[in-house]
Design a protein around this ligand. Structure first.
Ligand SMILES: [Zn+2]
Length: 183
């Protein structure tokens, strides 16, 4: 076949650059590009393997191994086992060395953790509208402390403040709470 000796100009399937193909099967311009294709194939294979290795029962529930839970949700092994011990999550043990977790259980638990009303203290919303605030002068008068004490308190207690014109406003709620408990 004389044509096979002829040099073929092709475009690399990875980077698109034109190159001189050594033979009819060459599709890459360089080793770098052929490695790229190889890596992509491996990645796809691994994903497919993981997809196939997810156990399903007859009800269509999906189960993950401890490693799969880590890979998918970034939940470490000790954390997962702690949740199992605490009874927050159920483990299924089809074999001695195998722990399987129901995907729905994990997702339910994660939903609960995401819900701020369940576990996280809710962050108070501050109103910095002037009607909800004192000026520094007002605080100083009301609680008979110097303005510098008021400022120091605001800093120490991380009380938010807002400046409008010449006045600095601080929420009445936080100021009252602090100075009343300090008395
Ligand atoms: Zn290339």
């Amino acid at each position: 076949m004389p044509e096979s000796k002829a040099k073929i100009m092709r475009h690399c399937i990875v980077c698109g650059k034109p190159f001189l193909a050594k033979n009819v099967n060459s599709v890459h311009c360089s080793k770098k590009c052929s490695d790229e294709t190889y890596r992509n194939k491996r990645r796809a294979q691994k994903k497919e393997q993981e997809r196939q290795s997810i156990v399903k029962d007859s009800d269509g529930r999906q189960f993950l191994t401890v490693l799969q839970v880590y890979n998918r949700y970034n939940i470490s092994r000790p954390t997962l086992y702690r949740w199992i011990r605490q009874g927050r999550i159920k483990d299924y043990n089809p074999g001695d060395r195998m722990t399987l977790i129901d995907v729905a259980d994990i997702e339910t638990l994660l939903e609960v953790r995401k819900n701020p009303f369940e576990e996280m203290p809710q962050k108070r919303l501050y109103s910095l509208e002037p009607e909800d605030c004192y000026t520094i002068g007002e605080v100083s008068k009301k609680y008979r402390v110097s303005e510098s004490t008021v400022y120091a308190t605001i800093r120490r207690q991380s009380i938010p403040m807002r400046q409008i014109g010449r006045f600095v406003y601080v929420p009445k709620f936080d100021i009252d709470k602090f100075f009343k408990s300090a008395k």
